[in-house]
Ligand binder design. Sequence first.
Ligand code: GA4
Length: 338
Amino acid sequence: MVVPPPNSSPTTNSKSCAAAIPTIDLSSTTTNRQALSKLLVEACENYGFFKLINHGVPQDSISRVEEEALAFFAMPTDEKLDLGPQILPPAATAATRFGYGIKSIGCSGDMGEIEFLLLSAQPSSVSQLTLSRSKNPSKFSCVLNDYIKAIKNLACELLDLMAEGLGISDPSIFSRMISDVQNDSLFRINHYRPLSDFTNLTPSNKIGFGEHSDPQIFTILRSNDVDGLQISLDDGLWVPVSPDPTAYFIMIGDLFQVLTNGRFGSLKHRAVANTGPKPRLSMAYFASPSLNAWISPLQQMVTSNQPCLYRPFTWGQYKAHIYSLTLASSRLDSFKIK
Ligand code: GA4
């Protein structure tokens, strides 16, 4: 059962659920590359979201991150607090607070019933900062770097397929952005306590991570078998997404909306507290270009029927902008061509 957070508008629709969510099988032998790329584009256009199965990321790599993360979150709070938040260059200019965080999200006062680790996805940063004070730092950073490498390959493969499906003449245009040596991709592990943990239930402890869209190109999300993720589709209702630890959920971010000139729409989502006994553990890879990369609608996405919707900006400029706003803000509005 899903607990609708208080004051939540639009309302939760627990009926529509998983049936509506497109599922894409990356290994399907019956679907050729062209057909697969069309399916991906359709899912991104119609939902900004899809479930990916048979993704090829080794299960043991996923399980190792999960194990290390659970051990990390099981440490006493004061030990975890020693690990953050910290602001490291080059992201310091854009205010990402890396490391461990609890309840406080971003820099504009947003709160959620969550604790998390937020890391740069660069191998050097993971090793350097992450886990200098966790129980077994070199193991945790090794496990994380292995996993991030696999997830980045998956991200590049998906981006190439999507570019092909969109008919873009340079099919590696998106994957090159996140392969840039200075890419600003992030990795986040979220740990949500179940509602049953709270002796004093208040409206706010039912919200894990409030409504927002992810600002990057796209997000590759995976969770344990505990529910909590909800997405908002066009009809304005919140749709609970059944967890599937064997799959990934792909969510379109703001930059993809701009690059495709609105053909893909970034997905509004949130995490609510679950009623079961177990905590929810999710891990997200946010695929990003470098801070100095220029973002604007691709020429091929601009037509007489669909004139250019956004003015150019760098990812660094956008990042500075998002950190000046609250989580639920419509961040792209300032970059729209009126
Ligand atoms: C949402 C996606 C990623 O988790 C994140 C978040 C970031 C943060 O937690 O520091 C933001 C949020 C996210 C969007 C708006 C801004 C920035 C909190 C916030 C209020 C790390 C990201 O890149 O953007």
